[in-house]
Design a protein around this ligand. Sequence first.
Ligand code: CA
Length: 229
Amino acid sequence: MSKILIIEDEESIAELEKDYLELSGFTVEIENSGDDGLKRALEEKFDLLILDLMLPGTDGFEICKRVRKVKNTPILMVSAKKEDIDKIRGLGLGADDYITKPFSPSELVARVKAHLARYERLIGSGVQENEIIEIRGLKIDKTARRVYVNGEERSFTTKEFDLLTFLAQNPNHVFTKEELFCRIWDMESVGDIATVTVHIKKIREKIEFNTSKPQYIETIWGVGYRFKV
Ligand code: CA
């Protein structure tokens, strides 16, 4: 859930922006003074700032400059005057976008979405976080190819790991043994669907507390298996 801070002294405008953004699923907070807005923008974590230019106390120019020194949070600047927008551009304060009042709420929402998406792509490309699937006490680290049960690592063979991960990535989907065999073992492999049964048994021994009452991989009699969530 993306969190947005609106710094805007005209309360009716701030409330309107907030209403539309909340309708689009964002969490929104408002500050009406420049000083309080700057303080929160620096101290708290927001995913995007909507910044009015003319504010009592610290103005939008200053807030943009100060925030940009320490954070990459997308900043959407709002002004009633086209000339001010030109001025901000000229100053190169590091705002990501500019919008002139009056604007349509849908335009604001569209721009906010575009900047959040761009920022997420940027962050996503820079930070290499391990891809992890976590379900109840089971944790699958896809990047490191490790499996933990209640914090304890269990050792898995390549195929056991692939099979477990495939099922966990498609929760509640029932797969036949044939489907699983085709997905996890390449076609030239020696073996048959009994291989799947054997692997499921081994996986259960490693992750289940009670293998006769499995809480993760469920047998659907006459069909196949599914990962329960
Ligand atoms: Ca204002």
